[in-house]
Ligand binder design. Sequence first.
Ligand SMILES: Cc1cc2nc3c(=O)[nH]c(=O)nc-3n(C[C@H](O)[C@H](O)[C@H](O)COP(=O)(O)OP(=O)(O)OC[C@H]3O[C@@H](n4cnc5c(N)ncnc54)[C@H](O)[C@@H]3O)c2cc1C
Length: 414
Amino acid sequence: MVTELNPKVLIIGAGPSGLTAAAELGKSLGSEVLVVEREATPGGIPRHSDHPGYGMRDLKRFMSGPAYARKLTQAAEDAGVTILTSTQVTNIGADGALEATGPTGRLSIKPEALVLATGARERPRMARRVPGDRPDGVLTTGQLQNMVHMHDQKLSGRAVIIGGELVSWSAALTLKEAGAKPVALVTKYPRSESYRVFRGPGKVLFGTRVVPNSTVTRIIGKGQVSAIEVENSETGERSTIETDWVVFTGDWVPDHEIARMLGLEMDPATKSPKVDTGLRTSRPGTFAIGNLLHPVDTADVAALDGKHVANQVLAYLGGASAPTDGVDLEVDSSLRWVSPNIIRPGDTAPSRERLLFWTDEYIARPTVEARQGGKVIGSTRTSWPAAPGRVFRAPSSILGKVDYTAGPVTITVR
Ligand SMILES: Cc1cc2nc3c(=O)[nH]c(=O)nc-3n(C[C@H](O)[C@H](O)[C@H](O)COP(=O)(O)OP(=O)(O)OC[C@H]3O[C@@H](n4cnc5c(N)ncnc54)[C@H](O)[C@@H]3O)c2cc1C
């Protein structure tokens, strides 16, 4: 038997972005807002990211991941929203309804408005095509934190982390807590990409040495991992690091299956649905938020997307006419991607009045420049660096002089 549901708003994903959108929309729509979450508990990644560092920009607090996840869940529940857990949206039916399966069986959901908040995940070893043996003990940060924080698993021996992002130090913390020693952090960049503040303490607290300019060329081990081989990109030299665990961090891919099934226009650079500054996708009444759009930013920024989208969803439900055509935002080779992707005349500014970018180069005091038809239309110099491994954010005011008849805007950082 299939249960049919017709909420005003369906939100897929109960991470920080989905829960925040739910709490905001729930203030006026209450139980007409339905959230579906495939995991057994709401909260998304922060549920198993048990260290402080959450909630600063959205809740103006500094809290642990699990506490943050509980707080956002409570806010959505207090607003009267319905959250169905252990329920996964798997397909789009011929009638356009979203098909889901959960503890009560199959659901067919036809909302008036849809918000995709499905997040992003780290590419596992197989997707990274790392050669070598196929032993146990090769994980992503998400798998590691799930084992340790959700299933209380203890680890022992040495561990090597591949990647030097903020998340990599989160992996180091989890490994240490679980009983393993994070002996090395291997990064392809000349330095660990994460904030400088983590690099010194990382070495002191965890005894973790950073191995720069290096990539993994082989995984070695029968049964359990015993070592990895790394190659230095400057010298071409290869060396072996003995280890019992390998944790691949970063290298994100958005959870975009539903967006693709819906046939949304996609941005090839982020592999996310293309959105305008109101977080509207190419399908009327379908919105996208959080790390599905910008893999990956911090949880508070994802959450504030949820707040930003709520006004646009309410306007859509109230019959507001769709904004007229706009111009595309593009990047040159100095950046990997930009989010959002479209700016329209008279539309809202993006969430937090920020454009989000991904860069592969460290620039201490970057200048961000917007050009249209070869002419500079706006620029700004930020007081914060652009660095690989984390989202670089710049004020959207550089787009103040966009000419909506002059074609795409190209953004550069230098
Ligand atoms: C190891 C690690 C440490 C981090 N540390 C910090 C930190 O200290 N501070 C910080 O601010 N940020 C941190 N982050 C980043 C932060 O966790 C993310 O920015 C945040 O979780 C993104 O929220 P989201 O709602 O976009 O996605 P997610 O949290 O990924 O939530 C998406 C949800 O959608 C669900 N979902 C996906 N597909 C479906 C489907 N088909 N049907 C139903 N449900 C579905 C998923 O199960 C998931 O619960 C960390 C991330 C990691 C991996």
